[in-house]
Write a protein that binds this ligand. Structure first.
Ligand SMILES: *[C@@H]1O[C@H](CO)[C@@H](O)[C@H](O)[C@H]1NC(C)=O
Ligand SMILES: *[C@@H]1O[C@H](CO)[C@@H](O)[C@H](O)[C@H]1NC(C)=O
Length: 519
């Protein structure tokens, strides 16, 4: 392998002594995948670095779909710009914890084409490794000083969180204390995310204590970018050999980061149809803040991508719809009591913000715009300052600005409208006898690709148009039911729309019915 790459490098080098002062590196994704990709040259710019990554991963075909459970070493090489290093002197993703060296390894360097080297992986450990406590902490005085500084910063942040929780406590049911001394990473050492999450649920139900979150965040190795948005980027990362998703916010998006972390840590929010939150962390070097939000990772990615890629069976369709409805209903419902949760409205429901899990059910993600209801004062916990969310999915009352922002119920109704559009996207992909509709976004035939508020208002409010229901849906019981539900979700009169609970119940009985039919 090495010799081939060296050969290629020798051939390519003459062509790259071209222009530019920036660092040149080899670039290839999955260089050793069957059918092999020849490395190209990329430009890491000034102060950038060359990276090669070795990941033990399932064997996959050219389209990235697993062909077996057998794991092989997969090499990727790429350029990293200086600004992608986060902490310029100490690029975060070049650091790999000892515990995961059998899962992945990273080699970073700063000479032209230096990343032809394949970082070595350790053999897969036989039994569960028992990492002694002392090993997870480096020694030495310099490190000691750094740790002390970090600890002070952490305490300041904890204090801030306690303060901000106190502030909320006056509004909500008793909120759990931020216990910093029951750190599971230092005590009985749960070794998996599942254990950690169970541990966190057994306590308050509102997530891990902040210092634990921080510890986890700092042990994560970033592997690859899997998504980009207006807020920043989403990465796939590793924590102790498990995949996690890391959403990294632009520093100007601090409010979104804070809000999303805050919503995720609402007491008792955890639910199988809501994206599992693991940790939030912010790192600051004085002038520049890096904001992380760490959640569960799902290979199939968003419902939008999933539907665009594949069709579904009748049961598959109902499972997607029903599980999404369960997620929305759990958000919307208020649970009373000490172990309760406030009602939450999502405010940005769409197929891109719903993830598909391996078992074909969905979970709702992206809670950055969500609002909570304080039922004691009958107030929305923050008053939205402007119309945000995705224009295509905005309910008519948002588009024409008649939504009563102080009435919490109206936000739930706007969610239900958006949910109706998602149902339409799902139903089109239900393949019966080989017949289905191609994947499209709602209103694809009525507005341009990035519609303005005005264009959406004309279509949804003035002309009162809604996505078309294909004739074939009338011939299939399940599609007929789903078509009726979506129509009742997108009534112009918000008060007439179904509630999330009603949708969940209707889809649950439809699912039961279809499953019985199949037996
Ligand atoms: C903080 O990080 C940014 C981005 O890496 C860098 O431009 C800036 O100089 C750093 N500031 C300090 C004080 O290290
Ligand atoms: C579906 O995916 C293809 C290929 O990635 C993309 O070109 C197309 O725009 C997607 N469809 C929609 C409606 O976005």
């Amino acid at each position: 392998m090495d010799t081939i790459i060296c050969l290629i490098a020798v051939i390519i080098i003459p062509f790259t002594l071209l222009s530019g002062e920036g660092l040149k590196c080899l670039e290839c994704e999955y260089c050793n995948r069957p059918g092999g990709v020849e490395p190209k040259i990329c430009d890491a710019g000034e102060g950038g670095f060359c990276v090669s990554v070795n990941v033990r991963d399932k064997e996959k075909d050219k389209n990235g779909l697993p062909i077996s459970d057998k794991k092989i070493e997969v090499i990727s090489r790429r350029c990293k710009k200086r600004e992608e290093g986060f902490l310029a002197q100490k690029p975060l993703f070049c650091e790999v914890g000892k515990q995961v060296l059998h899962e992945h390894n990273v080699f970073c360097c700063q000479e032209d084409l230096c990343n032809s080297r394949d970082p070595k992986l350790l053999p897969i450990p036989k039994a569960k490794e028992d990492v002694p406590k002392s090993k997870s902490f480096p020694t030495g005085t310099v490190v000691g000083i750094i740790l002390a500084v970090l600890a002070i910063a952490a305490m300041a942040i904890v204090a801030f969180f306690i303060w901000s929780r106190r502030r909320r406590e006056s509004l909500h049911e008793p909120v759990t204390d931020v216990s910093v001394d029951t750190n599971p990473l230092m005590g009985s050492q749960p070794s998996s995310l599942k254990e950690l999450c169970e541990w966190s649920q057994s306590g308050s139900g509102s997530g891990l204590p902040l210092l634990v979150q921080r510890t986890i965040a700092r042990q994560i190795c970033l592997i690859e970018v899997i998504g980009k948005g207006r807020y920043g980027e989403v990465w796939r990362g590793h924590w102790r050999g498990e995949n996690v998703a890391v959403k990294i916010f632009h520093s100007r998006e601090e409010r979104s980061w804070f809000r999303e972390a805050e919503i995720y840590q609402t007491v008792m929010l955890r639910h199988e149809n809501i994206l599992g939150f693991i940790a939030a962390d912010n790192k600051d070097n004085g002038t520049w803040t890096q904001l992380w939000l760490i959640t569960d990772f799902y290979e199939k990615s968003s419902l939008f991508d999933y539907l665009n890629r594949t069709t579904v069976t009748v049961v598959g369709m109902i499972k997607l719809a029903h599980s999404s409805a369960c997620g929305m209903a759990h958000l919307h419902i208020e649970i009373l009591g000490a172990q309760g949760k406030p009602a939450i409205a999502h405010r940005d429901l769409k197929s891109k913000n719903i993830l598909v899990k391996n078992d074909g059910t969905c979970c709702i993600a992206d809670l950055g715009l969500a609002v909570r209801h304080d039922s004691r004062l009958d107030k929305v916990d923050i008053l939205p300052t402007d119309r945000v969310g995705t224009k295509r999915y905005m309910a008519p009352e948002l588009l024409d600005e008649t939504l009563n922002m102080e009435h919490f119920e109206s936000f739930k109704r706007a969610d239900v409208y958006a949910f109706g559009l998602v149902l339409w996207e799902i139903a089109r992909r239900c393949s019966i006898g080989g017949i289905f509709e191609e994947y499209q976004l709602p209103y694809h035939d009525m507005v341009p690709s990035d519609p303005s508020l005005e264009e959406m208002r004309r279509v949804a409010c003035v002309e009162k148009q809604r996505p078309a229901i294909p004739n074939r849906w009338q011939n299939v019981e399940a599609l007929r039911v789903i078509a009726r539900v979506m129509k009742e979700c997108w009534y112009a009169n918000a008060a007439a729309r179904l509630t999330a609970l009603r949708i969940r119940k209707t889809l649950a009985s439809l699912l039961e019915q279809e499953e019985v039919r199949r037996v």
